[in-house]
Design a protein around this ligand. Sequence first.
Ligand code: GLA
Length: 384
Amino acid sequence: MQAPLCITRAFCVALLLMTAACEPVPSPQQTQTAMTVVKESFGTTSNGEAVDLYTLTNANGIEVQAINLGAIITALRTPDKNGQFDDIALGFETLDEYLTSNRPYLGAIVGRYGNRIGKAMFELDGETYSLAANNGPNHLHGGVKGFDKVVWQGEATENGVAFTYVSADGEEGYPGTLMARVTYTLTDQNELIVDYHATTDKATPVNLTQHSYFNLAGAGTSDILGHEVTLNASRFTPVDATMIPTGELRDVTGTPFDFRQLMTIGARIGQDEEQLNFGGGYDHNYVLDGGDDALALAARVHEPTTGRVLEVYTTEPGVQFYTGNFLDGSITGKQGRAYEYRYGFCLETQHFPDSPNKPDFPTTILRPGETYETRTVFTFSVQR
Ligand code: GLA
């Protein structure tokens, strides 16, 4: 409907009385002209802690939803090559499902230490620290109640949301009170910027990451084997049978781990190769080429049927490429869709697993007076 033009104030008032509308009615394309951030209740935990849902929408209609339980990204709606929007992040619709389901870190921030610490132990400044062994003999993703399961404090920002969590000294066995802050910022350039910040009052290992499972064809619609991946990494960190890095930085040349040239996930995942067998597929840390702290392209993923492209940029030295090998259809997510074997992939930007026990790996120790600052950027686009 075309709104009437107002010539003079009196005319406008008269028209207003007649039409009850004097502002041009925006066309559907004009309704979203700037970023919006909307906060609403998502429910309450059994301890009475309020959980809120933050919906970030940019000028192009891209939507990111996140809750302050685990700083979880619950939904990510992006257009395909025909402009059709779909949710490309695995997750649930209700708080109850996040609280009661066995959910393998879907969409969450993982901490205090992302990925594994061997034998659930490390030594720091002459002291030995024991952590929960929640993955065979090893410690995984911060322990029994890691940062993915705690309630953070949320605060809407101009174009995103900031989540803060204070992890007590001794929590899950880690030394030092850690103040952690993660912000999600959505831009009109279709970037989701994830900024990580932490300080501590005692030396402690810190390795925070984002554990979203993506399926660029739409969450719960298919496996991810046809996705085409490029990884900017000439080396990876091979693991032992318990998934702890051996310490070697292995050249990917001539192995199924070489994604320097575009390759589908499924092309070599079924090969009878020791590292693939250990991981049940890809579940390995790649050593990113570049090697300084500057933001650099780590990965690019293209889904040919929808044309969706995800790019991941990071200041981190590594990325855990995980192909949903532990998904088995036992979780039913949004829209009643079961998350079957390999229905999602993760690109967890990080420092290398087991760094506290690997003096040759880049350090993950944060000391009092220092500031932990890392950034990862996810960009969404299409390729026709
Ligand atoms: C990471 C680990 C995997 C697995 C998944 C979640 O990627 O490396 O082994 O724990 O998280 O299931």
